[in-house]
Design a protein around this ligand. Structure first.
Ligand code: SF4
Ligand code: SF4
Ligand code: SF4
Length: 173
């Protein structure tokens, strides 16, 4: 996976490289904090970011800046802090909208309903606890039936709809 301009991936790859090649592990906040930040960033690029993740990254990186024994650790944590403030909206897009404008986070996926396969049975809407599916059951004598679609901003990728769609109309793209 190439970071290709995505600030979240750039920081993730930078921290992985720092942990692998430079961090010596002599101080615990740097060692554990870096590992924790990698976990959080992987979660964000995986489309599973949580609302508090930006605050968590800021808290961990600030703590490392304050406690790290050497410049390497401080600089790595500062890199995270700077990225968070410079690219706030892009982090928010990854976390809230599950969207990567650079199309670099290949693992961020969207769910969509293929209208050619959808029989408009409504089973997916009934099972979606996030109200992420819009549409109305097919009424055969009507000409203005409302097709089903998924609002990806609300979708948490729980897969419940996939399990009930007998038509195989829900696709991950
Ligand atoms: S801050 Fe420096 S000394 Fe401490 S673990 Fe990180 S790289 Fe090692
Ligand atoms: S369960 Fe499948 S076929 Fe039924 S409305 Fe949803 S997407 Fe369409
Ligand atoms: S994956 Fe889950 S949250 Fe998303 S549309 Fe399907 S049931 Fe709803």
């Amino acid at each position: 996976m190439s970071s290709d301009g995505c600030p979240v991936l750039i920081v993730l790859e930078f921290l992985k490289g720092f942990a692998r090649d430079k961090m010596c592990g002599k101080c615990l906040p740097c060692m554990f904090g870096t590992a924790q930040m990698v976990d959080v960033l992987e979660r964000i690029t995986n489309g599973k970011g949580e609302e508090e993740d930006m605050a968590l990254l800021d808290e961990i990186s600030s703590s490392i800046v304050d406690t790290a024994r050497c410049k390497l650790g401080k600089d790595a944590a500062t890199f995270v802090k700077d990225s968070l403030s410079a690219s706030k909206s892009e982090y928010e897009e990854h976390i809230k909208d599950k969207y990567c404008a650079h199309k670099s986070c290949e693992i961020i996926v969207n769910y969509q309903i293929n209208p050619e396969k959808c029989t408009m049975c409504g089973a997916c809407k009934e099972v979606c606890s996030k109200d992420a599916i819009i549409g109305e059951k097919m009424v055969s004598y009507l000409s203005d039936n409302k097709p089903y679609y998924i609002k990806n901003k609300k979708c948490t990728k729980c897969d419940e709809c996939l399990a009930v769609c007998e038509a195989g109309a829900i696709e991950i793209v």
